[in-house]
Design a protein around this ligand. Structure first.
Ligand SMILES: Nc1ncnc2c1ncn2[C@@H]1O[C@H](COP(=O)(O)OP(=O)(O)O)[C@@H](O)[C@H]1O
Ligand SMILES: [Mg+2]
Length: 249
């Protein structure tokens, strides 16, 4: 598999706290890469750097072989990296359609010089995205605040599809969800992979990781201690590896 995103010696300090020490990481096109580690290991910091939310203190990133430096999450999104945040960055009062197209609305020309939102096209495309994700939603005008946690993630992912993101990052997507909602979100990740997108999944849930990921990178104290294929690892073994930082070989 070709490398879509490459990190070289990425480090990050917050004042006296060094959250990341020289992380090298290759993300391959089309894989589901799990990033695991105890609290404080540096997972969220790493994701904030990849998603453009924060600059690294040192090191370099390359996207499809080209050196990149993201100025903001929007900058990263424009270049194909979408992040689905834990506390979803959706607008609760706005509808599903409005959230999916926020910042990238379709417009049509009503008269020369007069452009209006193309609502029917957006509604049609929004339905298409959610159908691709196998999420049935009856009322596209429903405000997002009245949707379940899993459905909200589906809306956020539909937004990533609209931006045609190659890489979708999810930080603890199932942490706050019940069993049924978790199954919905795991299904979303499978759909993304079937579409050939790359998924970076931060998770504490080793059963999710064992079931979904192709590869796991484990952080400990801001250092990457393990980076290997998931094949053959079960949830208990993964949990043991996260705890000890030792590969089982
Ligand atoms: N904004 C911040 N300011 C100061 N220290 C931070 C900040 N964010 C994270 N840290 C520190 O960086 C380390 C890594 O944190 P974090 O990336 O949140 O780890 P994880 O997501 O794996 O739990 C921790 O020691 C944490 O206290
Ligand atoms: Mg975190």
């Amino acid at each position: 598999m070709s490398v879509v995103l490459s990190l070289k010696q990425i480090s990050k300090s917050y004042g006296a706290v060094q959250a990341l020490h020289g992380i090298d990481l290759d993300v391959r096109a089309g894989e589901v890469l799990a990033i695991c580690g105890d609290n404080g290991a540096g997972k969220s910091t790493l994701i904030r750097i990849i998603s453009g939310a924060q600059p690294p203190s040192g090191g370099a990133m390359a996207l499809k072989g080209r050196a990149v430096r993201f100025r903001s999450p929007h900058d990263a999104l424009r270049q194909g990296i979408a992040t689905i945040y834990q506390d979803l960055a959706l607008a609760p009062r706005l509808s599903i359609v409005e959230n999916i197209f926020m910042g990238a609305e379709h417009v049509r020309r009503l008269l020369p010089g007069i452009r209006v939102l193309d609502k029917s096209r957006m509604r049609r495309e929004a339905l298409g995205y959610l159908r691709r994700l196998s999420v049935p939603i009856e009322d596209m005008r429903r405000p997002v605040e009245r949707m379940s946690g899993g459905q909200r993630q589906a809306v956020a992912i539909a937004r990533a599809l609209h931006w045609n993101a190659d890489i979708v990052i999810m930080d603890e997507p199932t942490a706050a969800l019940g069993v049924k909602e978790t199954a919905l979100v795991l299904g979303l990740i499978r759909r993304l992979r079937e579409e050939g997108r790359t998924v970076i999944l931060i998770s504490h849930n080793m059963s999710d990781v064992a079931a979904l990921a192709d590869r796991v990178a484990i952080l400990k104290g801001g250092t990457k201690v393990i980076d290997r294929p998931i094949a053959g690892l079960d949830a208990d073994t993964l949990a043991h590896m996260v705890m000890t930082g030792q590969d089982v070989g």
